[in-house]
Design a protein around this ligand. Structure first.
Ligand SMILES: [Zn+2]
Length: 311
């Protein structure tokens, strides 16, 4: 799978830069977030999950949280919380894994969740088998796929302030004629093939030869031709292209304020005269004056009875 995010990615960065409360992210954070957005779109495309796929990094460096969330229709949003200074050129371990305590989580949140049903979540550290800090997001995610899904995966990711792009190669857990190895694989169980499947290894090495600049600058057509001109490539286009969308709403913010409790809301009102909540993903500001706030805490049962209609 290959993805190249341009307009939607630029929109996320522009919205952040326009947010006077935060300003733009430092360049290394842009790169991390862009790679996360590209990776999350690739993973959503790969598993075709009917719900949100949420890729999160909980960092122990200046980046505390970074999130990329992709819906089944490939609408996506991303944000990061940064505390303190981030110098140009800061690498992944210094951004999110200073003390080797950073974590990466992938959550699958079903669209039509049954009552009591929890979203599925897998969490991995940002280090390898020898507790060595992993230098790239692609390595973290490859490690995740192998650990949690027993799937050989190769990822190439790159992002700057214009483009967020990624290439994902995964060996499908298919035996028989459907597998690239054809009948040779039919008698083997999937696990036996981990790391040793010749076809996967060849295609993986080709994919890994893709340079960062090539991934950022070349169009999809050219990349596929350069890498796989000796392979048989069948192309499947997604229904809708990836696009930016934020799922925040006034109702959701109201629910969040209700969860703070009436006392907390009252103290904010007493201090500032209103409650102002900004969405971290899209920059939308939600304003609640004392009357709005009072309505939030009026449960439907507490409302005065509707006056009878006069005929
Ligand atoms: Zn929003």
């Amino acid at each position: 799978m290959i993805v190249r995010l341009t307009d939607a990615w630029q929109e996320i960065l522009q919205r952040r830069a326009a947010n006077t409360a935060t300003g733009a992210w430092p360049e290394p954070v842009n790169e991390l977030l862009g790679e996360m957005a590209a990776a999350a779109v690739l993973m959503q495309g790969n598993i075709k999950f009917n719900g949100a796929l949420i890729l999160q990094i909980f960092g122990d460096g200046p980046v505390k949280v970074a999130v990329a969330e992709v819906q089944p229709d490939f609408s996506f949003r991303a944000t990061a919380t940064v505390v303190g200074e981030v110098r140009p050129g800061t690498a992944l371990p210094e951004l999110v894994n200073l003390n080797n305590e950073g974590r990466c989580a992938i959550t699958l949140d079903p669209k039509d969740r049954l009552p009591g049903q929890q979203p599925y979540q897998g969490v991995v550290p940002l280090f390898g088998d020898q507790r060595e800090k992993l230098g790239k997001l692609s390595e973290v995610l490859e490690h995740y796929m192998l650990q949690s899904e027993q799937l050989d995966t190769t990822l190439v990711l790159a992002a700057d302030s214009q483009v967020a792009a990624g290439l994902l190669i995964q060996r499908l857990p298919v035996t028989g004629e459907g597998n690239l190895a054809g009948s040779r694989a039919a008698t083997q169980v999937n696990e036996d093939q981990i790391g040793v499947n010749e076809d996967f290894n060849r295609i993986s090495i080709l994919a890994k030869s893709l340079k960062r600049d090539e991934l950022l600058e070349l169009d999809v057509e050219t990349i596929l031709h350069r890498l796989f001109w000796e392979e048989q490539v069948l192309r499947f286009e997604p229904g809708t292209p990836p696009h930016f969308a934020c799922s925040c709403s006034r109702e959701r913010v109201a629910r969040m304020i209700r969860s703070l409790g009436a006392d907390e809301a009252q103290s904010i009102l007493a201090e500032r005269g209103h409650i102002e909540v900004g969405c971290d993903f899209c920059g939308q500001q939600y304003h609640f004056d004392p009357v709005d706030a009072a309505q939030i805490f009026t449960a439907p049962g507490d409302q005065p009875p509707i006056p009878p209609v006069v005929q």
